[in-house]
Design a binder for this molecule. Structure first.
Ligand code: SF4
Length: 371
């Protein structure tokens, strides 16, 4: 749902530039009409495959071409993801977002493993979100069938500014992936980053891109750049907290039903500034001491903040039904073929133990340790 009063760039700009307290008041009013203002979802972000990414996103320490402190790790096992998910759930998270530093999803064993992760985490009654790069409609359908609740793919900024930040893939390719998630019936999580050197018009330009979608994202994360040494944006000055509050409030008003997520950059925000973001309609935070590879407040600090502000962690699946986890046809077929191969091998071994001279069965010689 979009707010038709703010469907043009001019109207959105005027809204963004309103006197701050008026803007926050309007956002708080809209928020109360569509959401329970005490409820804030705690989500956890887990890097399931870290670093070594071939893309050149200027803000990202996981791009292989930049020299940062991020250590590359191959894809996590399903068991270790489940362990982390249980831990996040025990700490109040109702959503797990799994991120892999890939340019795009490939139809290989790693993707099969991600499908198994989605099934396993969905079975824990948590909302499962994935951010795996570009994907086709068929890949989106596999994820949906496995029980994926949401797919994250950010537009990051306006179409115009995007080119200054990323050159290895196009804005339209991002829109296509979002569309593929939609076509598969997956809820869309897509937002952006402020503080990358963009103008206010670019922030508004990004919101306008979402306005122009037939269905805007159900979830819109707003991140403040965490400038990481070794990336092209390492010298960027941190944004003012007021800018984050303005962006959250404007997004809330423009997309009344979407969940606005106060995402990266919270370590630089005071509790008071975060409180204003919640008042202005932020309905989710990422919890846990790490956001993929950048720092984030600890679970305990957030618990304390929730207590002081009287916030309640939101239960899972309030914004949509829990998806069913179904067996994956491709994995099932692979298992069937493997079992068949195994049976053929066993049969071949059996044949070898038949006396070729008379066809009589010859028991194979068993060697014991005493021989
Ligand atoms: S943001 Fe994603 S796609 Fe871009 S470099 Fe980082 S991991 Fe790769």
């Amino acid at each position: 749902m979009t707010n038709s009063k703010y469907s043009t760039k001019e109207a959105l700009l005027e809204l963004y530039n309103k006197p701050l307290l008026e803007l926050v008041f309007e956002a708080a009013t809209v928020h109360r009409q569509h959401h329970d203002p005490r409820e804030v979802q705690m989500s956890s972000l887990l890097s399931i495959k870290t670093g070594g990414c071939p893309e050149d996103c200027g803000y990202c320490p996981q791009a292989a071409r930049y020299h940062t402190d991020v250590e590359a790790h191959k894809l996590m096992t399903v068991d270790s993801v489940v362990e982390q998910a249980k831990n996040a759930k025990a700490n109040g998270s109702s959503r797990l977002c799994m991120g892999a530093a890939w340019r795009e999803v490939r139809d290989n064993r790693d993707f099969d493993q991600v499908i198994e992760m989605v099934q396993a985490v969905n079975d824990l009654d948590m909302e499962v979100c994935c951010t795996l790069g570009m994907m086709t409609e068929d890949q989106a359908k596999r994820l949906k069938n496995a029980g994926l609740f949401a797919y994250n793919h950010n537009l990051d900024s306006s179409r115009e500014f995007y080119k200054d930040i990323i050159s290895t893939r196009e804005y339209d390719q991002r829109l296509e992936t979002i569309d593929n998630a939609r076509k598969a019936g997956i809820s869309v999580c897509s937002g952006g980053i402020i503080g990358m050197g963009e103008a206010v018009e670019d922030r508004i330009g990004m919101l306008l891109s979402y306005m122009q979608m037939e269905n805007p994202p159900e979830s819109i994360p707003i991140n403040a750049l965490v400038a990481v040494e070794g990336t092209p944006l390492e010298e960027q000055k941190p944004i003012e907290q007021w800018e984050m509050i303005r962006m959250v409030a404007t997004t809330r008003i423009a997309f009344p039903k979407s969940v606005v997520r106060l995402s990266a950059g919270r370590t630089k925000m005071s509790m008071e500034a975060q409180a204003l973001c919640f008042l202005a309609g932020a309905g989710s935070i990422f919890a846990g001491d790490k956001l993929l590879t950048t720092p984030n407040p600890e679970f305990n600090e957030d618990k304390e903040m929730f207590d002081i502000l009287g916030l309640i962690p939101k239960a899972p699946f309030e914004s949509g039904e829990k998806p069913q986890s179904n067996p994956d046809p491709i994995i099932e077929e692979k298992k069937r073929k493997a079992a068949q191969r195994e049976a053929e091998l066993a049969a071949a071994r059996g044949k070898r133990s038949v006396n070729p001279a008379n066809g009589d069965f010859q028991p194979r010689k068993v060697t014991t340790v005493n021989e």
